[in-house]
Design a protein around this ligand. Structure first.
Ligand code: CU
Length: 71
């Protein structure tokens, strides 16, 4: 059984729908992430992932690779 988890990241610096898309794509690109849904207004990014494969550091790295920061 997969160790499914849900987490909300606070991402700083998203200004438009293409920022949102960049963050979501970068996170869903990680092996073990099922879903990433970013909210432009709040900066919240809801992530569903397999905690056996993905850790917090992976998620933060993906956000930073997209050019943004996790609060
Ligand atoms: Cu943008």
């Amino acid at each position: 059984m997969a160790n499914e988890k849900e987490k909300t990241l606070k991402v700083v610096g998203m200004h438009c729908p293409s920022c949102v898309a960049a963050v979501e794509l970068s996170i869903t690109d990680i092996d073990g992430v099922d879903e990433a849904k970013a909210n432009l207004d709040t900066g919240d990014v809801e992530v569903k992932y397999n905690a056996d494969k993905v850790n917090d550091e992976d998620l933060i790295e993906a956000v930073e690779e997209a050019g943004f920061k996790v609060e």
